[in-house]
Write a protein that binds this ligand. Structure first.
Ligand SMILES: Nc1nc2c(ncn2[C@@H]2O[C@H](COP(=O)(O)OP(=O)(O)OP(=O)(O)O)[C@@H](O)[C@H]2O)c(=O)[nH]1
Ligand SMILES: [Mg+2]
Length: 519
């Protein structure tokens, strides 16, 4: 037989006193109702929080867009450095070979100009070996530079670095080669698709169905595709230097020996490279510090300092057997992005600790942009990188196009894209450090950007002007008005970038939760 409710101890304990007056009863019922309301509110908060946590299990997706060399990969590296430090530390050493290649390239660019000036060869700006944004020598006649025997000997001693560059490029694959021309002459080849028509470049691309290798290298950690090649190269000993590969830059051992770079067998080839560089260290410094050679570069308007992967100033530190990359070196190392690469990070710092983020880093050359469109569909936010220092430079892949103009066109296409009309877009006006240096050297903006007019040629005025221009484009071209988020950045400055990323993280997360609520 069951117990009567009247006998339940709890019921008895909380039962109203038998002598309760009607007033006391009314007051008790009000208090009970209030307690229930508070309790329900707490239950609802807990439910929402749980729901939010459940939803945020969905990765936060962030797409990085911008022209080539705008700093997308450098921004991605800053994310990793700030929020996924363990992975960052594990990968740091793998960048050593890329930095060696960057340094060797700096040397070889100087060597190419120095050699052609020494042999009085006419300068050909279309020469495919040119990697920098160089303008032809001014037509006025300048006195011929005087080269000494010491210059000739220096040149002889540094010749092996040409084959070293080829070998490193061959082993790192096409990511290590810059693109010098492209058949695509429009800024946003995805544009036709954005207007509702299919486009030949994007028709068959989807994140799950991508074919062409140039457009689609996709791994859980993209730059590893290049670095893995290098690891394979290291682990197959010196003999790997002669292995055949798809790269046009592979050389045979015979070629390597003939041109002065002789790999030592049975040893990690990266150590051979470090050793060769260490042997060349004093000559590299001499080359960079020589007044006549500096004059060659000045006359040809070659500014290595503004170019990606500038390391020759650090030759003393890098050209060494013991060299290990620092965080800053890795951020500054240049390796071109091929296709669209997906990076997954579980953040181990910050407000979103434990949260998975997926960052999509794209190749920014005009011929790569057709592959972006499939990724517009499902991202929480876009960071658009627009470098503002190259207002007087041309695209590497199309020497007729001004870089700033290209960024404006691309920005307009992204802002006007219907698929992105409700996507948060954060603009980074990047390379402010290089802009400042350029303005300090006396380069006038109005000579390249006539609409800048007689404004003050200083950093503050320039950034305000460029910012306003991007804002107007956004306002005029966005299908639905959107807030204009902008940051002035120099993403090689890891400290200030960490602060910027903190603000970005919060704003993207808010957007992520808002989108989750809408679903
Ligand atoms: N001085 C300076 N260099 C920068 C800045 N941002 C990027 N760089 C350097 O510029 C070079 C190109 O940057 P990346 O991040 O590789 O450019 P990207 O946009 O990924 O280029 P693609 O992969 O070709 O599309 C690298 O060597 C960077 O270290 C900056 O704000 N200041
Ligand atoms: Mg990149």
């Amino acid at each position: 037989m069951g117990r009567s409710l009247d006998e339940d101890p709890l019921t008895l304990a909380i039962a109203p006193p038998s002598d309760e007056t009607p007033e006391q009863r009314a007051a008790r019922e009000v208090a009970e109702a209030e307690a229930k309301r508070i309790s329900d509110e707490i239950d609802e908060l807990i439910r929402k929080e749980r729901e939010q946590i459940r939803r945020t299990k969905k990765p936060v997706k962030l797409l990085l867009l911008g022209q080539s060399e705008s700093g997308k990969t450098a921004t991605l590296k800053n994310f990793q450095l700030t929020y996924a430090r363990k992975e960052w530390s594990e990968e740091r050493a793998a960048w050593r070979a890329v930095i060696f290649l960057n340094l060797v390239r700096n040397v070889n660019v100087i060597m190419a100009h120095f050699t052609s000036e020494m042999s009085d060869m006419p300068y050909d700006p279309n020469d495919s070996s040119e990697e920098l944004h160089i303008v032809p020598r001014a037509p006025r006649a300048l006195a011929r530079l005087k080269f000494t025997d010491e210059h000739r000997e220096l040149r002889e001693r540094l010749v092996p670095l040409a084959s070293l560059q080829q070998s490193l490029e061959g082993k790192l694959g096409s990511a290590s080669l810059e693109l010098h021309s492209t058949s695509v002459s429009v800024a946003a080849p995805f544009d036709a698709t954005t207007n509702g028509h299919s486009h030949p470049h994007t028709q068959h691309h989807s994140p799950h169905r991508r074919g062409m290798q140039e457009f689609s290298i996709n791994s859980s950690n993209g730059w590893k595709s290049a670095l893995d090649r290098l690891r394979a190269f290291r682990h197959t000993s010196g003999a790997a230097l002669s292995s055949s590969s798809s790269s046009r830059n592979d050389m045979t051992d015979t070629e390597a020996i003939g041109s002065g770079f002789t790999p030592t067998r049975d040893r990690d080839p990266e150590e051979d490279i470090a050793e060769l560089l260490a042997e060349c260290r004093e000559d590299i410094k001499k080359l960079w510090e020589d007044n006549t050679i500096r004059e060659v570069l000045n006359r040809r308007k070659v500014r290595l300092e503004d170019a990606p992967g500038f390391f020759i100033n650090d030759a003393d530190r890098i050209a060494s057997r013991e060299y290990q990359p620092t965080d800053d070196d890795v951020i500054r190392a240049r390796l071109r992005t091929l296709g669209v690469q997906e990076y997954k990070f579980i953040f181990d710092h910050g407000r979103t600790m434990g949260q998975e983020w997926r960052l999509y880093d794209v190749g920014g050359t005009r011929s790569s942009r057709g592959a972006w469109y499939p990724y517009f569909d499902d991202v929480d936010a876009i960071i658009f990188l627009a470098p503002i220092s190259p207002f007087d430079e041309k695209l590497a892949e199309d020497k007729r196009v001004n870089r700033l103009e290209d960024s404006y066109l691309l920005w307009r296409s992204v802002c006007s894209c219907k698929l992105l009309s409700r996507t948060q877009i954060i603009l980074f006006l990047n390379k402010c450090d290089l802009l400042q240096a350029k303005l300090q050297r006396g380069v006038r903006i109005r000579d390249s950007v006539p609409s800048f007019g007689d404004r003050k040629n200083d950093l503050q005025t320039a950034t305000k002007y460029f910012q306003q221009h991007f804002k107007e484009i956004s306002r005029a071209s966005s299908p639905v008005q959107r807030p204009f988020y902008v940051h002035l950045t120099s993403v090689i400055d890891t400290r200030s970038t960490a602060v910027t990323l903190g603000a970005v993280e919060e704003s993207i997360l808010r957007e992520h939760l808002r989108r989750a609520d809408l679903m």
